[in-house]
Ligand binder design. Structure first.
Ligand SMILES: Cc1cc2nc3c(=O)[nH]c(=O)nc-3n(C[C@H](O)[C@H](O)[C@H](O)COP(=O)(O)O)c2cc1C
Length: 325
């Protein structure tokens, strides 16, 4: 399939695996890229820029296809050395970067000097327009369905995508709530040039997370996530386990929520332990409502092929069938 995004990403299929903290390692990124989609390493999963440079090299040894690196730029009391991470990505010969969080404008000259394409992930059309004005090559739009940070607008992809199509000249990916080929066909119908998936790629053979996590995803339904941290304006969709329930309980207490009271429960390091040990109640971990559409743990190759087949069938049989009646 050819779209503006397959051209930009240099892939066979219009499918990207978005950056995932603690999950986006070379095993997954290379498997997705080898399957003809775009795999992504997560920059900040590596403790230092030097470690990221090594991980990029490891991924290059595992695939000769293009892959991206995600750089999530968030305000922090002691921020990671973002410039050095960006430098490691550019100097590692990576040709596609997925930026998220802050507008990537300050980094654009450096990325473009290295001949890189920038896909900025955002959660609102106004942010997508400002990223376009900053010179990014494409955007990826996360609807409220998505895992992780959906922003505070609560708009679904059914609205976001046609609004983005109207407002943008650059190509864009639909992201959030997509797990099969019907979703890809719908995203294309709504004006997107392809899809970005996180949660669905986590329940694959190659994803470097404990089997308990993958099985929990198969067993879960679309009702098993929760929006936490809404009260502190930093909404995050996570798997609804006992730690998430505790956070919701604190947030429901009368008066303003102090982030300090949530901090011990929401620490990213605790989520990492869930992924590594399979202790499902150790911390909060991110997942989207697309859990409702996850029934198995295929390889990335099987998943990508299935999605393309379903998309093809949806367009050629179901949709054209309706027209020819
Ligand atoms: C476990 C996990 C960790 C994630 N970490 C990040 C991250 O560090 N940076 C980022 O930009 N997006 C992150 N995301 C969001 C994904 O890149 C993607 O935008 C999102 O998962 C799309 O929604 P979906 O899960 O419904 O497919 C994460 C998603 C998951 C499931």
């Amino acid at each position: 399939m050819k779209t503006r995004m397959t051209e930009l990403m240099g892939t066979e299929y219009p499918i990207m695996q978005g950056g995932m903290q603690w999950v986006g390692r070379a095993e997954l990124a290379s498997a997705v890229s080898n399957a003809g989609a775009l795999g992504t390493l997560t920059g900040l999963t590596q403790p230092t820029p030097e470690d990221l440079a090594k991980e990029i090299k490891r991924c290059q040894d595992m695939t000769d296809k293009p892959f991206a690196v995600n750089l999530t730029i968030l305000p922090a009391i002691t921020p990671p050395p973002y410039e050095e991470y960006a430098q490691a990505i550019a100097e590692g010969g990576v040709k596609i970067i997925e930026t998220a969080g802050r507008n990537p404008k300050p980094f654009m000259p450096m990325f473009h000097e290295h001949g890189m394409k920038v896909i900025h992930k955002c959660t609102a059309v106004r942010h997508a327009v400002s990223a376009q004005n900053a010179g990014v090559d494409a955007v990826s739009i996360d609807g409220v369905e998505c895992a992780g940070h959906p922003g505070e607008d609560n708009i679904t992809n059914f609205l976001l995508l046609p609004l983005a199509a109207k407002a943008l000249d650059i190509p864009f990916l639909a992201s959030g709530g997509i797990g099969n080929g019907q979703g890809l066909a719908a995203a294309l119908a709504l004006g997107a040039d392809g899809i970005n998936m996180g949660t669905r790629f986590m329940a694959t053979k190659e994803a470097p997370v404990h089997d308990n996590v993958k099985q929990a995803m198969v067993d879960a339904s679309e009702l098993d996530t929760a929006h936490i941290m809404k009260t502190v304006n930093n909404t995050m969709r996570v798997f609804k386990n006992s730690v998430a329930e505790k956070v919701l309980e604190i947030e429901a207490e009368p008066g303003e929520t102090e982030f300090e009271n949530l901090r011990p429960y929401v620490a990213g390091a605790r989520g990492r332990v869930v992924f590594e040990t399979g202790d499902m109640e150790h911390g909060v971990w991110t997942a989207g409502i697309v859990l409702g559409l996850i029934y198995d743990i295929p390889s990335c190759e099987e998943l990508v092929q299935r999605i393309m087949q379903e998309c093809n069938d949806t367009i050629t049989s179901r949709l054209s069938g309706l027209l020819s009646q």
